[in-house]
Design a binder for this molecule. Structure first.
Ligand code: NAP
Length: 293
């Protein structure tokens, strides 16, 4: 496994395991503990969750494992997020000072932990006051409740606005990126992170599985290209999808969302694949079915 320095104090495994879908897996605490241990044995030590996953249930299930096995907590880097809420089934965002501070304490309680390694603002909040959100994040750091702070799904303008009020301490942006999703390439976010030498965490690296299941033309075209390149490299197509993300100089950290260790291993195996530059562009252009000018 490769590890990346996120800040002077914190390193993440290049491949991260995500737990968004954990509640659907219907695992006992024992099964979850065994899965987490298998991740750690493979060098995947960074785990991603959020307060909104299962409306707190995901953090609660992870917390049960940390309560059973506190030593496991010390072997991993734990990431959680705040900002997405529900009012009687209606979704809204809240990144206000009070909410961020309260949410962090609630997450720690559910997770049976004293401290998060990284705390993220989950989504851009149209009703966002970067001064207030920044004040809350810096205080959480000062109080020792979180080691590092960052954001998720932010565009360059909101990232820079919050960073200004966080003494430039934002250390990552967790963003969606896969060969069918270019939002953050087009917004310049990836360029900004590359310039700042910050490494993004990548969600839905396989488009939530759609890279391998969807019949929509962009996914079908990408799938065919991935398979063709995979044959050349003598690996599974999934491995190539991860290798494509890992190729970029921003040094992205894909978050695997699968419940299956064999699929986690595909991501790990991608660390050994060296794509040719033209192969990267074959995948880059496949979803739109276009040729570069
Ligand atoms: N910050 C955010 O806004 C945000 C949003 C979404 C997610 N996330 C984070 O990112 C993590 C990863 O996201 P994700 O779960 O969407 O990632 P993903 O790895 O793109 O998708 C995982 C899903 O794809 C399925 N899958 C994987 N390979 C497949 C294949 N070859 N054929 C068919 N199905 C396949 C998996 O099923 P199996 O379990 O059966 O393998 C699983 O349901 C989440 O766990 C969460 O931590 C963050």
């Amino acid at each position: 496994m490769e590890y990346l320095k996120i800040t002077e104090e914190l390193s993440f495994s290049r491949i991260i395991q995500g737990f968004w879908r954990l509640v659907q897996w219907e695992w006992s605490a024992k099964e979850l503990e065994a899965f987490m241990q298998e991740c750690v044995e493979r060098g995947v030590t960074t785990f991603d969750t959020a307060e909104v996953y299962g409306f707190g249930e995901c953090e609660t299930q992870l917390g049960r494992v940390f309560a059973r096995n506190p030593a496991l907590r010390n072997k991993i880097q734990l990431v959680s997020k705040t900002g997405i809420f529900n009012h009687e089934g209606f979704k809204y965002y809240d990144t206000s000072y009070d909410r961020v501070k309260t949410s962090c304490k609630e997450s720690l309680q559910r997770l049976s932990c004293d401290c998060l390694d990284l705390y993220l603002i989950h989504r851009e909040d149209p009703c966002f006051d970067p001064k207030e959100t920044g004040r809350a994040l810096l205080e959480l750091k000062k109080e020792g409740l979180v080691k590092e702070i960052g954001v998720s799904n932010f565009d360059p303008i909101k990232f820079q606005a919050l960073n200004q009020f966080c003494e430039n301490q934002l250390c990552t942006n967790q963003i969606e990126w896969n060969p069918c999703c270019y939002e953050h390439i087009h917004s310049g976010m990836i360029d900004l992170l590359t310039q700042k030498q910050l490494h993004p965490m990548i969600w839905s690296p396989l488009a939530g599985g759609k890279l391998f299941t969807s019949q929509e033309p962009p996914y079908v075209r990408v799938r065919e290209k991935l398979s063709e390149i995979a044959q050349r490299h003598d690996v599974e197509a999934e491995v190539i999808a991860y290798a494509w993300l890992l190729y970029h100089p921003v040094k992205a950290m894909p978050i695997v969302g699968s419940s299956k260790l064999s699929r986690l291993e595909s991501a790990i195996n991608a660390l050994d694949v060296k794509l040719e530059r033209w192969e990267w562009y074959e995948i880059y252009t496949a979803s739109a079915g276009t040729r570069l000018r």
